[in-house]
Design a protein around this ligand. Structure first.
Ligand code: PLP
Length: 445
């Protein structure tokens, strides 16, 4: 009987005893290829000596000092590294370090609100996001999230927000419509929603540049984010890019916003920032936002006890330095292309694999009951969860997501392996996933 409040109170999960590169090892010595890095977290695999050494070295100097009294070396250095590598508009921006992606999203929403108060537009308090998005589990982050299943229990205590369509071509692109035309059509829903609410009431639009936790991995169509930026500018609305899952190298660049050529006003990052070695996230305020607060009250209204944690920041510096020193962005691009090719070879004609998509080492399959009609499996079958469990039994960790609660789409398997994988690991992932699908999907019965 466990005293831990586990996700499932009736069963205790396997005990992870140690990490060994891209593998996790349980108490019985069974090895699992961590092909989703947990939830797209462990981008350097487990037990990387450089990060471990950096943590130990920082502990020898200073573990923590409260931000209302002091700053510390690692947080100053990490903030500079991040603004130096961020998209245009962040060079003179500022960064807040927090403990989780959800906290980073809360901070982003609060920053947007504070920005408008500082510039004399206090009427702007509404947020618009996208259906089938995920921005975290704290109440503010959940309120802007668009996953009906995850919101349901808490609905009565969530602030009211608006949602527009995601950029999700597999389900929504019309016959004869080009990718660009589709992207612009769904982006224009933002313009319509801002007008409906009244531009003077809208603070920010929030989107994941590549959707992760709810739809597998869905990059936007070319031109989509440029149009989003144009619409936000037209109405004086801020754009918050949630790069908690897709940022920090996962898609082959440190910032997906930069890949998309878009300038957000606020960016959030988390998972790969600490790579699982420390819980750390960041909310990055562009020069526009940070500058307005500096010129206004000069005071950040939002604060948490563990902000700018020195050991967490030192770990992140080591993670970023490792990505650079080991040329891992190149490896993400090469292994991402290989993984995508191998998934297409293995499952491109599979009767229950409707779509294979992603960017870099954020790849996914969308599973359907019927390939032609794209009919999802019934939610009660819990397919994604069953595949996850079967794969784990076969030694593969993959991340299931199911949007079926929204009634329009189905089950997904998300792959987000460490940036350090090689071609042999790609083969192992595809082979074991194939065995898990064969054991789970109806066609193989
Ligand atoms: N934003 C996105 C895009 C995410 O994928 C997640 C987590 O999956 C979050 C925010 C919340 O991050 P956390 O679970 O660290 O609070």
């Amino acid at each position: 009987m466990s005293a831990v409040l586990h996700r499932n109170l009736r069963s205790t999960p396997q005990l992870a005893l140690k990490g060994d590169g891209v593998y996790l090892v349980d108490a019985e010595g069974r090895r699992y290829l961590d092909a989703s890095g947990g939830a797209a977290v462990s981008c350097l695999g487990h037990g990387h000596p450089r990060v471990t050494a950096a943590i130990i070295a920082q502990l020898g100097k200073l573990e923590y000092a409260h931000t209302s009294f002091f700053t510390n070396e690692p947080s100053e250095r990490l903030a500079q590294m991040l603004v130096d590598s961020a998209p245009a508009g962040f060079g003179k921006g500022r960064v807040a370090f927090l403990g989780s992606g959800s906290e980073a999203m809360e901070a982003a929403l609060k920053l947007a609100r504070q920005y408008f108060v500082e510039i004399g537009q206090p009427g702007r308090s509404r947020f618009i996001s996208r259906r089938m998005s995920y921005h975290g589990n704290t109440l503010g982050a959940l309120a802007v999230g668009g996953h009906a299943g995850r919101r349901a229990l808490y609905q009565p205590i969530l602030i009211e927000t608006s949602q527009i369509a995601p950029c999700y071509a597999y389900r929504d692109q019309r016959a004869g419509e080009t990718e660009e035309a589709y992207g612009l059509r769904v982006a224009d829903e933002l313009d319509a929603e801002i007008r409906r609410l009244g531009p003077e009431t809208v603070a920010a639009f929030i989107a994941e540049p590549i959707v992760g936790a709810t739809l597998g991995s869905v990059p936007a169509m070319p031109g989509y984010f440029a149009r989003i930026r144009e619409i936000c500018d037209r109405h004086g609305v801020l754009f918050i890019a949630d790069e908690v899952m897709c940022g920090m190298g996962r898609a082959g660049a440190m910032f997906v916003s930069a890949q998309e050529g878009v300038r957000p006003d606020i960016i959030t990052i988390a998972k790969g920032l600490g790579a699982g070695y420390q819980p750390i996230a960041a909310t990055m305020a562009s020069e526009r936002v940070a500058g307005a607060i500096e010129a206004g009250s000069g005071l950040l209204a939002n604060g948490h006890t563990y902000m700018s944690h020195a050991v967490a920041c030192a770990a992140s510096i080591a993670v970023i330095e490792t990505i650079e020193a080991e040329g891992l962005l190149d490896n993400v691009q090469r292994m991402g292309a290989l993984l995508s090719r191998r998934l297409n070879e293995a499952f491109g004609q599979h009767p229950h694999v409707g779509d294979i998509r992603g960017r870099g080492l954020l790849q996914s399959l969308e599973l359907v009951a019927d390939r032609d009609s794209k009919q999802p499996f019934a939610a009660k079958e819990g397919l994604a969860a069953r595949i996850k469990q079967t794969a784990q039994g076969l030694g593969l960790i993959c991340y299931p997501s199911s949007g079926t609660a929204d009634g329009v789409n189905g089950d997904h398997v998300l792959l987000a392996p460490p940036f350090t994988i090689d071609a042999g690991h790609v083969d192992e992932i595809v082979e074991t996933l194939g065995a898990a699908l064969a054991a789970t999907l109806p066609a193989a019965r």
